[in-house]
Design a protein around this ligand. Structure first.
Ligand code: SAM
Length: 473
């Protein structure tokens, strides 16, 4: 029986409820009156239920689809403005005991070299990342209790936070590791985790079990209930995601929103972010093997519908996607992107690149440098932001959501984005990036509505030009 408050995966992701929501979407996909009504509700910017959103996703009326697109852009702009938060993944280890059918790290893969970074190697990686200008990382590791125990992850986090190279610092480390126990989530919390990210891969239990035939990840309930345990362990910000291409996208979409509703109902705070990865080619992995690949147009519609359904949730897109697809996604709802990513274990430190060879998790589609991505974003009118202030000021979980819902967050985000962009321009940007960045900051400073805050920000920007660092609102 469907119960959004239940702690049990099969109740909050009730299979029948998902199927009925998909069927409801199909039945009403040309229901002009209902679609208009749902769009009117969505314009209030308070979100939609999974059933309502399923109708929008299924909708086949060209005019209504244009209206969904336009509304997604409007909501994106209202909540996130022109700011795009930048991050990079850092692969710590590709040892893994699971049998995930889509991932080259699966345990039966004997051709991929296995590597786990030592703390010294992590330092070299982080220095390379700091030298690009990154301030926010997503740590990635396979599941392996012997090679990658939780102590390895927390020790790595402490190492990462301790590194100060020139003006560089990693100020927020998000962690993407397999489902674990409340005690281990507590340890991650104590080590200063930003967001705990775990992709569901697929919400469809039967497919999930078939795609994860062996290893601890086979357990659907344990995996699906992980965010509950993370929150019980004290982690406020959790990130959901589906690996699109494994199952029918409308099933995944309804279930993903049900998961968000569950967290909101059970813990009073929905997911901090939603990621939208698609299956990519990798060592021994051909995406064509999976039956439900989605086209770019459907992918764009999914992003627009997620934006409209959960306006308060940040959305992340990685370098799995091409420059063109990322440009489209940014307009429709994505608020965080990775830049200059390496999906190899040890890929950032050029001097040791040969050791990282062939350890990658998937092929990257956007190979530009961070400087190129930053410049490109600014050419589009976006503000690349290296901000990590909310997390460092304790504005996490429901405190963050309250600020976001009341609109007060706008008084923090724009100043912090400009302050951190200024740091980036001073320390890492190429001359052409600096030129466009200076113009952008000057123009965007005037967009800060609160006069006091505008003056304050101007003063901080000056101090950064004078050599000081790390200001935040
Ligand atoms: N090992 C952890 C776990 O079990 O959840 C998470 C880390 S894994 C390095 C990060 C994510 O990469 C996985 O959750 C999966 O969705 C994604 N991934 C794996 N293989 C992929 C592929 N071939 N293409 C795109 N994404 C992939």
């Amino acid at each position: 029986m469907y119960d959004p408050k239940s702690p049990h995966a099969e109740a909050f992701i009730d299979h029948t409820e998902v199927l009925e929501s998909v069927a409801y979407g199909t039945a009403h996909r040309e229901d002009t009156a209902l679609i208009r009504q749902i769009l009117e509700k969505a314009k209030l910017r308070k979100g939609l239920t999974h059933r309502e959103a399923s109708v929008l996703l299924a909708c086949t009326l060209p005019d209504a689809n244009e209206a969904i697109d336009a509304l997604a852009r409007e909501i994106k702009n209202a909540f996130y403005g022109k700011r795009i938060v930048m991050f990079a993944p850092l692969y710590l280890s590709n040892y893994c005991v699971n049998g995930c059918a889509y991932c080259p790290y699966h345990t039966q893969n004997k051709t991929i070299p296995r590597r786990k970074l030592t703390q010294e190697e992590i330092i070299a990686e982080v220095i390379a990342l700091q030298d690009m200008g990154h301030k926010r990382l997503a740590l990635e590791a396979g599941e392996d209790p012997v090679n990658n125990p939780i102590e390895y992850i927390t020790e790595s986090m402490r190492t990462i936070y301790s590194i100060r190279h020139k003006n560089g610092a990693i100020r927020r480390a998000n962690v993407n590791i397999a489902a674990t126990t409340v005690e281990n989530y507590q340890k991650l919390h104590e080590a200063g985790i930003g967001t705990y990210i775990l992709f569901q891969e697929t919400y469809h239990k039967e497919s999930y079990e078939a795609l994860h035939p062996t290893g601890p990840k086979h357990n659907y309930a344990y995996h699906t209930e992980s965010m509950d345990r993370a929150m019980q362990g004290g982690i406020d910000d959790v990130g959901l995601g589906v690996l699109f291409g494994l199952e029918r996208y409308r099933y995944e979409f309804a279930a993903l929103l049900m998961h968000a509703e569950h967290l909101e109902t059970a813990f009073g705070v929905g997911p901090h972010t939603i990621s939208v990865p698609r299956v990519k080619p990798a060592d021994g992995i051909d995406p064509a093997r999976f039956k439900d690949a989605i086209s770019d147009d459907i992918f764009a519609k999914l992003i627009a519908c997620i934006r409209v359904a959960v306006p308060y949730t940040g959305m992340i897109i990685s370098t799995r996607e091409s420059q063109n697809m990322r440009a489209r996604a940014l307009q429709l709802g994505v608020s965080q992107i990775s830049g200059a990513s390496r999906t190899t274990v040890g890929g950032y430190n050029e001097t040791a690149a040969h050791e990282a060879a062939h350890t990658e998790q998937f092929n990257v589609s956007d190979n530009r440098t961070l400087d190129e991505v930053v410049r490109w974003l600014m050419e589009f009118g976006f503000i690349p932001s290296f901000c990590t202030a909310c997390y460092r000021e304790g504005r996490t979980g429901d405190r963050f959501m309250q600020l976001l819902k009341s609109g007060q967050i706008q008084n923090c985000c724009q100043p912090n984005a400009l302050i951190t962009l200024q740091e980036y321009l001073c320390d890492y940007a190429s001359p052409p990036t600096q030129t466009i960045g200076k113009r952008l900051i000057a123009a965007e400073l005037e967009q800060i509505p609160n006069e006091k805050m505008r003056h304050f920000t101007r003063a901080q920007l000056k101090k950064i030009l004078g050599g000081q660092r790390d200001f935040r609102v």
